[in-house]
Design a protein around this ligand. Structure first.
Ligand code: SAH
Length: 228
């Protein structure tokens, strides 16, 4: 069982995500647990302010240090090196399949979602184990990155994926990619031929239709993308 603790100022972002089929089933089966915390619960003033203007000027607002400090102190009360605290940041380390495998061995992951112009830098420097980016582009908050990490990690937990969802991923395993990467090749299903308009046919590669297993796996290898 792995627990994801999400700290966000938009907890409702996760409402439908938590109800999605596989994530929902994985929670029911106690393979994962997702807890969503509203950062405002750790704001002390009566207006529950969690952001402020940046020192030095500039546009936008910055998430304040103290509420996040209190959140992390509470959520990290149990000391264990199988618990990690992550801050989402476009300046962070790029999230990868390898990291997803590493995280899937953890007992708990605390995910801090930034918003606005970002988060007081002291959070990154003193409160978290890792800063994570999900790609070289700027999103509006850490909520979508949190969902990306949760999906990538959850599907690696044994028992989460059913037979029909497992297809499409092959671990290179032996030489080359190593056990932590994955390979993806093109997939087709019925119909064998589709005609979007007269005289045009979109067909499935013949090799896949003939049932010659060696040739099929050679074709797949040729067209696969290995990500490690
Ligand atoms: N001005 C900031 C952008 C902040 S975006 C800057 O350029 O550094 C607001 C929040 O969205 C960030 O604090 C972070 O938590 C999240 N975020 C945006 N893009 C992201 C990305 N590519 N990966 C992970 N988190 C991201």
């Amino acid at each position: 069982m792995i627990i994801f603790d999400i700290v966000t100022i938009f907890p409702h972002f996760f409402d439908s995500f938590l109800e999605e089929s596989i994530i929902k089933r994985a929670q029911k089966q106690k393979l994962i647990r997702i807890r969503v915390f509203d950062l405002r619960q750790w704001a002390k003033d009566k207006h529950r302010v969690v952001d402020d203007k940046p020192f030095g000027g500039g546009r936008g607002m910055v998430l304040k240090l103290e509420p996040i400090y209190r959140a992390v102190s509470q959520l990290r009360k149990t000391k264990s090196d199988r618990i990690k605290t992550i801050l989402f940041s476009p300046r962070g380390k790029k999230f990868s399949q390898k990291m997803a495998h590493r995280y899937s061995q953890l007992q708990r992951i605390v995910l801090i979602c930034g918003r606005y112009e970002g988060v007081d830098e002291r959070v990154a420097r003193h409160l978290v184990d890792e800063q994570l980016s999900i790609g070289d582009y700027v999103l509006m908050g850490g909520e979508v990155p949190a969902m990306a990490v949760i999906e990538a990690v959850t599907r690696l937990k044994p028992g989460v994926l059913g037979h029909s969802e497992l297809l499409g991923e092959r671990m290179p395993g032996r030489k080359g990619g190593g056990a932590l990467g994955f390979s993806e090749y093109p997939q087709y299903t019925r119909p064998e031929t589709f005609s979007p308009r007269r005289g045009v046919k979109w067909s499935v590669p013949q090799i896949l239709m003939r049932g010659h297993h060696q040739k099929i796996s050679a074709w797949r290898q040729k067209h696969q993308k290995i990500i490690s």
